[in-house]
Design a protein around this ligand. Structure first.
Ligand code: SAH
Length: 235
């Protein structure tokens, strides 16, 4: 796994320090071990894990400047993309959250074990954490919900002039168009859709970058049942 990570990071133009690469590989081993008893990820082969979890997450560092930022990862699951971002960019202050306790427990225990500091782990639903409102410079999320729903979970947490970055498949233009009303209603503006190919694969993903240009109206986020039933859509 170390070689794939080192080469992949170099291909992305991200400095691949040995200690960081070893930490990521160790995190991957903890994940594979834990996954034998608890279902945390469908990806278990070390090479696949290196590419589809770690390098995919790392690619976000080519999309925005994360240095010194307060970063939140909404629906982090087993820690993606948040944990690799924090390991590779050590001055990030990271908050990860997930509605499933055993996933948050895994991330918290693994970070403690590997000495990955400044990671705040929260068990909770993103739309039910008002204490996090406008508390971050960058909010990231991968594979959690459709963009119009996801925007309502994530944009309220982004501070003014901050970014919300959603990781999507390559053909996300239609999803972005559908979410345009939601994004604008929540105080955002779609800045760009940045496609990237995961090194060592022919998998292309896209980072959808939304800027926070105004405060989110206080009535958002709504309760999840409401968000799901009535995503913010124009007429
Ligand atoms: N981001 C990870 C996990 C994706 S699976 C990855 O890409 O590998 C989606 C995760 O989002 C699940 O772990 C689920 O528990 C979590 N989730 C879904 N809705 C959520 C919400 N409203 N608040 C917090 N977590 C949520």
């Amino acid at each position: 796994m170390e070689n794939i990570l080192t080469e992949g990071l170099e291909a992305l133009g991200i400095p691949a320090e040995r200690e960081a690469v070893e930490t990521l590989a160790a995190y991957g081993r903890l994940l594979a071990d834990a996954n034998r008893v608890t279902n945390l990820t469908a990806i278990t082969d070390p090479a696949d894990m290196a590419r589809l979890h770690f390098l995919d997450s790392a690619a976000l560092l080519t999309v925005a400047d994360f240095s010194g930022k307060r970063v939140a990862d909404v629906g982090t699951g087993a820690g993606f993309p948040g944990v690799p971002l924090r390991v590779l960019q050590s001055d990030i202050r990271l908050t990860v959250m997930d509605s499933v306790g055993k996933k948050v427990d895994f991330v918290e225990a693994s970070c403690r074990r590997l000495g990955i500091e400044n990671v705040n782990c929260i068990w909770g639903r993103a739309e039910e954490l008002p204490q996090l409102r406008e508390g971050f410079d960058i909010v990231v999320s991968r594979a959690v919900a459709e963009l119009d729903v996801l925007a309502e979970l994530c944009l309220p947490m982004v501070g003014r002039d901050g970014l919300f970055i959603a990781m999507k498949g390559p053909d996300c233009q239609a999803e972005a168009d559908e979410a345009d009303f939601a994004i604008r209603t929540l105080g955002g503006r779609l800045r760009e859709i940045r496609p990237y190919t995961i090194p060592g694969t022919d998998v292309t993903h896209a980072a959808l970058v939304v800027e926070k240009t105004a405060s989110t109206p206080i009535r958002y986020p709504r309760r999840y049942a409401q968000i799901k039933k009535n995503p913010l859509r124009g007429v």
